[in-house]
Unconditional design. Structure first.
Length: 317
């Protein structure tokens, strides 16, 4: 204090640059992926701290428990920016406007990292490897089963509500260090199967410029209300399952393409895009049915005309 009793100048305000790196790192650990990415754009110091691999590794392991599998723990450090680039690939949604084009660098091996949650609680995880060069895979309808009725671990302690399920299905190309999440996270539809009575919970994202969709389906028992089957297929806009060779083109395009949407906003956009895709598929189905109906009617009229003509010819003889 000055001699005349007037306070001297106040010390300069403490800025974020004055905080100890350990304090800032502990604070950054509390952020989710989008917030951490946003914080890294604030200052050069925050950018350096937010780039620490341990932060992104913790985020990935929290979002996808299946990444604790030894095969993936050894694989992810080989990504261009380790867990950070994996998060950037797998957390946002693939841009459905990206058109699929024939490619010469289709993946030789696909690794599926699957995590199912109910009301935020972890239900199960799977890591599956698929040989994408196998002739049977290339020529048969694309389908990956993550859970089937023979799995002993498919029985839960209590029934579930299908609407509260969330699913992540990340497909990884280990050779090129790319990944894409083929699930809408939250269901796009919950329906009862007309024949088995099972509840089918569908998670889907639109791919290939709107001409295809990845469909992950969780089938829950009618009485037990527990997951019994979990599988992934790729279908075109006519509802036909693509084979392995065609699916690789779509998946490779999704891996290489842009990403869009984070969090709830991204989920809402993915559901909206799928609703448009489903409406287009239904319209094409109805148009095809009308065309087939007209063709059937023409065949009937032609058949009747021929019959009457033959009948008249026989009568006149």
């Amino acid at each position: 204090m000055a001699a005349d009793g007037i306070p001297s100048a106040l010390p300069a305000a403490i800025t974020i640059e004055d905080l100890h790196p350990d304090v800032l790192t502990r604070t950054l650990r509390l952020l989710d992926g989008p917030a951490l990415a946003a914080a890294s754009c604030a200052t050069s110091r925050l950018r350096a701290l937010a780039a620490q691999p341990c932060l992104w590794e913790d985020l990935c392991l929290s979002a996808w428990p299946s990444l604790r599998d030894p095969r993936l723990r050894d694989l992810l450090p080989s990504f261009p920016a380790s867990h950070r680039s994996f998060f950037s690939d797998a957390f946002p949604f693939p841009d459905p406007s990206e058109e699929s084009r024939p490619c010469q660098d289709a993946p030789a091996v696909l690794i599926s990292s699957i995590d199912l949650f109910h009301e935020g609680e972890h239900v199960f995880s799977r890591v599956l490897e698929t040989d994408a060069r196998d002739p049977w895979f290339l020529g048969s309808p694309f389908r990956i089963d993550a859970l089937d009725r023979k799995d002993e671990g498919s029985t839960l302690a209590a029934p579930i509500s299908p609407e509260d399920l969330t699913l992540s299905w990340v497909v990884i190309d280990p050779a090129r260090g790319r990944a894409v999440n083929l699930s809408s996270r939250r269901p796009v539809s919950v329906e009862r199967h007309w024949y088995t009575g099972e509840i089918q919970v569908r998670f889907a994202v639109v791919l290939g410029g709107g001409e295809a969709a990845a469909n992950a389906v969780v089938a829950c028992g009618e009485e037990t209300m527990q997951p019994r089957e979990v599988n992934l297929t790729v279908q075109d806009v006519d509802g036909m399952c693509l084979n392995g060779k065609e699916s690789l083109v779509v998946l490779r395009g999704a891996m290489k393409g842009r990403r869009m949407g984070w969090g709830g906003e991204g989920e809402a956009e993915a559901r909206r895009r799928y609703a448009e895709y489903a409406a287009a598929k239904q319209e094409r189905k109805e148009r095809r049915m009308r065309r087939e109906g007209r063709l059937d009617m023409c065949c009937i009229v032609l058949g009747v005309s021929l019959f009457l003509g033959l009948f008249a010819f026989a009568a006149l003889r």
